[in-house]
Design a protein around this ligand. Structure first.
Ligand SMILES: [Zn+2]
Length: 314
């Protein structure tokens, strides 16, 4: 028996790959039918792809927009459907501006989880182009939503993990710097204080592009984290030239945690100099289910190895 979830979407929405039915209202307010997730024990690239398409169907989702608020409801519903407890964390980084992070934990016990897995769900809002942010925005969230479903199959592991969907990663002005961007992650580090920090953090950003090259910013990564990443890549038989390193540092949501002393791994594809980044070309045409699946499996394996090595107790 198949269940269906209806998601309101804007008129120019994308067809959802892999779904057999689609329902559209005739006027500007269209509706789409999203398949309920395939319930396998493994990470499903198809499920992640469908989440990515569903998020993009809300249209560009810059912080503060109606589309951002609508996708928040979608993300919460998906997480709660697979047993996660979700908290909306609304904050005001600047006068007159409100932002909302989503934090999800599994199990009834409160307290800090050792492993934090994060992404951002705002999209770049500046400029004339309508930026859907299929990769830079939706892909990380799509992987986290499918991770939530898979982790729920092993509650003892799920209870060691916190998932965060950050608002305000993108700069309100041109580029992220000391004063602009990373609002959600900066706020979250400050909110936690010294004793509420996780033992490690994996941040996913731009992890769904077909044929992508993941390049970990090595200056932001402790050797032990990088070694674990290399082990995962080898174990999964992934091509090492496409799962490599970037010899520098990035302004991304891992950075406030890194600066607070948390070992971080920023899973991010090479994007500098690309023709799609922060343009209308960042749409579902560049996303592949296989690419999302690889990123999800790497993250899952990394979590397992990290917890298995007892690093969470350090
Ligand atoms: Zn961006």
């Amino acid at each position: 028996m198949r269940r269906w979830v209806t998601v309101a979407a804007f008129a120019g929405a994308l067809a959802l790959n892999g779904c057999e039915r689609e329902r559209r209202a005739p006027a500007a307010q269209a509706e789409q039918t999203v398949c309920a997730p395939e319930d396998t024990a493994d990470f499903s690239g198809r499920n992640a792809y469908n989440h990515c398409a569903a998020l993009c169907a809300f249209g560009p989702r810059p912080t503060g927009s109606q589309a951002y608020a609508a996708q928040v409801d979608y993300v919460i519903k998906q997480l709660e459907n697979v047993g996660w407890h979700v908290q909306r964390d609304t904050f005001s980084p600047r006068p007159g501006r409100r932002m909302t992070n989503l934090r999800a934990i599994y199990g009834v016990e409160a307290g800090t989880r050792p492993v934090l897995v994060s992404c951002h769900i705002d999209t770049k809002g500046q400029g004339q182009e309508a930026i859907l942010g299929a990769d830079d925005g939706a892909s990380g969230a799509a992987v986290l939503l499918e991770l939530a479903r898979v982790l729920a199959h092993t509650p003892e592991k799920a209870q060691q993990v916190e998932l965060i969907f950050f608002d305000g990663e993108e700069a309100l002005g041109g580029h992220i710097n000391e004063e602009d961007g990373l609002y959600g992650s900066r706020y979250d580090v400050a909110r936690r204080g010294e004793h509420g920090l996780p033992a490690c953090m994996v941040n996913l950003d731009m992890v769904g592009g077909a044929g992508k090259t993941i390049a970990i910013p090595i200056m932001d990564t402790l050797p032990e984290m990088y070694e674990l990443y290399r082990t995962v890549v080898r174990e999964l038989g992934l091509p090492e030239e496409r799962w490599t390193l970037y010899p520098g540092s990035y302004w991304d949501d891992h950075r406030p945690f890194m600066e607070a002393g948390v070992p971080t791994l920023n899973l991010i594809a090479s994007f500098m100099g690309s023709r799609w980044w922060h343009t209308a070309r960042d749409n579902m045409q560049r996303i592949s289910a296989d690419s999302l699946a690889e990123s999800g499996k790497v993250t899952l394996r990394f979590i397992s190895l990290y917890l298995g090595n007892g690093k969470a107790n350090h």
